[in-house]
Design a protein around this ligand. Structure first.
Ligand SMILES: Cc1cc2nc3c(=O)[nH]c(=O)nc-3n(C[C@H](O)[C@H](O)[C@H](O)COP(=O)(O)OP(=O)(O)OC[C@H]3O[C@@H](n4cnc5c(N)ncnc54)[C@H](O)[C@@H]3O)c2cc1C
Length: 224
């Protein structure tokens, strides 16, 4: 999978700290943004995250280019309703013979399963192309394609939604592909907003696991 942080709010943590501070400041946000010290920004961001008063966090947004994920993964991703999405269309893009399929490692590491998996994907692609040649529109021919079909997306989340997404999808209970995606997105975001994402990840990174009997019971390996 390829995940790249395309764009983000410039100075996301300063923007968030300014938004939080405006609530009880006698001066305007323009001035606050300029005069807040780095120490004050750090203190405010930590306070907001700890207190859970997250509305100020919504002022920072992060846009990712994502490709090399399956339609299994993208289907889970688009369940996050407060994010914004664009996805390569299977109506307007006709796949050629170099279409990729995402292979889970359990299948990759099992020669017999891999043979069956590859054979079915190749057959699906062949029939898809035959249907196109017979004049079937791509929007209908795509019904033959498997969940493993690779897709490409642009995803934007504000930091509040992003933290929520990370909480659910970095968890060991999450399906492996979306978990890998979430962990990669977190790693990218931490580069530009280390304070904001310091405690990001599954709930067990911050306190007790809320999953009850479904808890994996394992400690979460924190991303540096
Ligand atoms: C481990 C795991 C297993 C899953 N298994 C299944 C499954 O078997 N079947 C299935 O269908 N889904 C499943 N899901 C998907 C899950 O049910 C959610 O659809 C998905 O995780 C998006 O989460 P969300 O609704 O909290 O967040 P988002 O859509 O990202 O929304 C963020 C938050 O905004 C608020 N919000 C958003 N929309 C509304 C609204 N309409 N009304 C009120 N508040 C709102 C909520 O507080 C919500 O938590 C699974 C998810 C995980 C992590």
């Amino acid at each position: 999978m390829n995940v790249k942080l395309l764009e983000h709010t410039p100075k996301p943590e300063r923007t968030i700290a300014t938004a939080a501070r405006i609530c009880y400041a006698p001066v305007g946000a323009d001035e606050l943004f300029r005069v807040l010290s780095d120490k004050e920004v750090e203190k405010l961001v930590n306070l907001i995250i700890k207190s859970g008063h997250l509305s100020a966090v919504e002022h920072a947004v992060f846009t990712f280019a994502i490709d090399g994920i399956s339609r299994v993964c993208s289907h889970q991703l688009v369940r996050h309703r407060l994010a914004s999405f664009n996805q390569q269309s299977q109506r307007y893009v006709k796949y050629s013979s170099d279409l990729k399929f995402i292979t889970p490692s359990s299948i990759e590491n099992n020669p017999l399963a891999k043979e069956k998996f590859d054979k079915l994907n190749a057959t699906a692609l062949k029939v898809y192309q035959e249907l196109l040649e017979e004049g079937i529109e791509a929007e209908d021919a795509r019904y033959i394609l498997p969940n493993s079909t690779e897709t490409k997306m642009v995803v934007t989340m504000n930091a509040r939604e992003f933290l929520h997404f990370l909480s659910l999808r970095c968890c060991n209970r999450a399906q492996w592909e979306i978990k890998e995606l979430a962990l990669t997105m977190l790693k990218e975001a931490k580069e530009v907003a280390p304070l904001l994402f310091k405690e990001a990840g599954p709930p067990c990174n911050r306190g007790p696991c809320p999953e009850g009997k479904f808890s994996c019971g394992k400690p979460w390996k924190k991303i540096k």
